[in-house]
Design a protein around this ligand. Structure first.
Ligand code: ISL
Length: 576
């Protein structure tokens, strides 16, 4: 029986501050906007918030480039506003998680300014500096062939001190050197600053990129077309990674009753992940493995052609649901975040005919799995991806823009880019960042400003929180019901044992599994139709007479021969 912990039962609602609610009419969401919606958040039934970065930042990567960990990005508010928000949350029994970005800082951070000031700076080794290499003809080249995750080289030349620094993301995001003890201590002090102000934990950004191979070797050439290659082999889950996490725990986290969720890029295999989350390792509470949001990536690149396949979702779900009990570990359950397209549009359907059913079905999937549940703002009302009619100019994110520019360069100005845009409509990070649709007033009630920082999806008139609040059949009402059910039956869902029902039984378009309480006393079967057609689930008498715990479209009984599921219908039956 897994031990019961508050952070295992938490239902976490991710807020993307820029896009949540603008309270002062400048076109950008802010902290007071969040405070004004705490009753809404509470009514949804979530028990924790995770805020994407709110700290001082020049915003080259939407705040994932922090220039001061103890100051709030002024347009979002002040430290006092955050304290008020924390208090308001705690009064409602809602915990608060902040986004801790300590793999890198902004180039405007005082630490980096000092580091770059001279090779003799006492903070020189807080970042990763290397001499240039030179070709035989004298051309200056970066120290190795690593590609930046956002395109181009992972090294940035610094005129001030005549060396390159490592920047795995943007040049404006220099990587910290975690081998420096002083640097580590400084980040721990910043973490404590927030924990002392009542924060209940952190989502730790790019967690597993902090330990680089000491020699920074050239990466194997996987893409001969490209000048730069992914160096993830040498920087993901590197040699000292687990030492750093353990130190962080001993020096900071263990002093507080706090929750930690690490973002793992590139590390997706069961054994490596277990090293982060197995209980006896005493490292992180849980992690986000990227595989669930990468399902439809192209084979070479995120924006390469790729389609959703239910078989992949099944495999990934099976793997993590089984892996965690094996290592006595814990995992996050999620499908949406600010780095990806909405699962509704990518993995199911946002077509008006299916949207409601599909959003509810995905909610049923997420809410019945073992792990800590995370949802992204707007998921509770079935928000969708960027509409087909929008052009590239509506995509703000640097990743999408860089990729688009690189493709134009490759194909030539004026080339047909419709295939690229098609993939972006599914996978660009902008999709998960569209402003929240509160009501049917202008800009979906997100802002009074004439131009929001990011365009609101055209469909806000029909799809918004207000219109769903008093509708018992809405997506929002479904989320409220299913989250309540998850809490009421936590022994079955949060802590339960997962067993897949073979696809030979369920049929290829239906995802079916059972969840069982540790002592076997209670069992539920979850049936999810991922297709636009009706499907029949033949249960061969096994689940006959089981009670419908949560209705899909209708009130179908589980008969001797099974049950018929409508398009995108999700249902739960139980034996109690
Ligand atoms: O977004 C991605 C792919 O499109 C990921 O590779 C992402 O860059 C990676 O998961 C790390 O993400 C985190 O750190 C980035 C930031 O841009 C992301 O928003 C954040 O979630 C750099 O801080």
């Amino acid at each position: 029986q897994p031990s019961h912990e508050w952070w295992k039962e938490a239902i976490v609602y991710q807020i993307y501050p820029a896009s949540f609610l603008d309270s002062n009419g400048d076109g950008l969401g802010d902290i007071p906007g969040i405070v004004s919606k705490l009753d809404y958040i509470q009514s949804l039934g979530v028990s924790a918030l995770w805020l994407s970065p709110i700290f001082k930042s020049p915003q080259h990567d939407m705040g994932y480039d922090i220039s001061d960990y103890r100051t709030i990005h002024a347009p979002y508010g002040s430290v006092e506003d955050v304290e008020e928000m924390i208090q308001g949350c705690h009064q409602r029994d809602i915990k608060v998680l902040l986004d801790l970005v300590v793999n890198h800082t902004s180039h405007e951070h005082e630490w980096f300014q000092e580091s770059r000031s001279s090779k003799a700076s006492p903070k020189r080794d807080w970042y990763i500096w290397r001499d240039a290499k030179y070709d035989s003809d004298g051309t200056r080249k970066p120290p190795n062939n690593w590609a930046s995750i956002f395109g181009g080289s992972a090294w940035t030349w610094d005129e001030v001190s005549s060396q390159y620094y490592l920047s795995l993301f943007l040049p404006e995001q220099p990587d910290l050197n975690w081998t420096s003890k002083e640097m580590r201590e400084a980040t721990y002090a910043d973490m404590e600053f927030w924990l002392d102000r009542g924060v209940d934990g952190f989502r730790i950004d790019s967690m597993n990129l902090m330990s680089k191979h000491p020699e920074l070797p050239d990466a194997p050439v996987v893409d001969p077309e490209s000048e730069f290659q992914s160096g993830s082999l040498y920087y993901a889950s590197g040699p000292k990674m687990h030492d750093y996490i353990r130190e962080m725990r001993l020096k900071v986290f263990d002093k507080y009753d706090c929750m930690t969720v690490g973002e793992l890029g590139f590390t997706k295999d069961e054994n490596s992940v277990a090293q982060y989350v197995a209980r006896d390792r005493h490292e992180l509470n849980m992690v986000f493995t990227g595989d669930i949001v990468d399902l439809d990536f192209g084979s070479q690149h995120k924006y390469g052609p790729g389609d959703f396949q239910l078989s992949k979702l099944r495999d990934i779900t099976n793997m993590w649901q089984r892996a965690m009990p094996k290592c006595d570990g814990w995992n996050a359950v999620y499908m949406d975040n600010h780095d990806s397209g909405r699962s509704l549009s990518r993995y199911a359907s946002d077509h008006p005919q299916h949207r409601k059913a599909a959003a509810k079905m995905l909610a049923t999937y997420l809410s019945t799995l073992s792990g800590t549940l995370f949802l992204l703002q707007g998921q509770e009302i079935g928000m969708a991806n960027i509409p087909e009619s929008w052009g590239i100019e509506e995509y703000i994110d640097v990743e999408a823009q860089n990729y688009y520019k690189a493709m134009i360069k490759q194909r030539g100005e004026g080339s047909d880019m419709s295939d690229v845009l098609k993939e972006m409509r599914h996978k660009a990070r902008d999709n998960g960042r569209l402003p929240m649709q509160w009501d049917s007033s202008k800009h979906g009630g997100f802002t009074n400003h004439e131009k929001p920082w990011m365009r609101v999806n055209d469909d806000y008139i029909d799809w918004n929180a207000k219109s769903q609040e008093n509708d018992d059949q809405s997506i929002l009402s479904h989320w409220k019901r299913i989250l309540q059910l998850r809490k009421d039956e936590k022994d079955v869902f949060v802590y339960g044992r997962y067993e897949m029902i073979d696809v030979d039984v369920s049929g290829k378009d239906v995802f079916a599994y059972t969840m069982t309480k540790w002592d076997g006393a209670k069992r539920a079967i979850v049936l999810l139709n991922f297709s636009t057609e009706s499907q029949t689930f033949y249960c061969e008498g096994k689940y006959e007479g089981w009670r419908q715990l949560l209705a899909g479209h209708g009130g179908m009984k589980m008969g001797a021969s099974g049950v018929k599921l409508g398009p995108y219908e999700g249902v739960i039956y139980c034996n109690w």
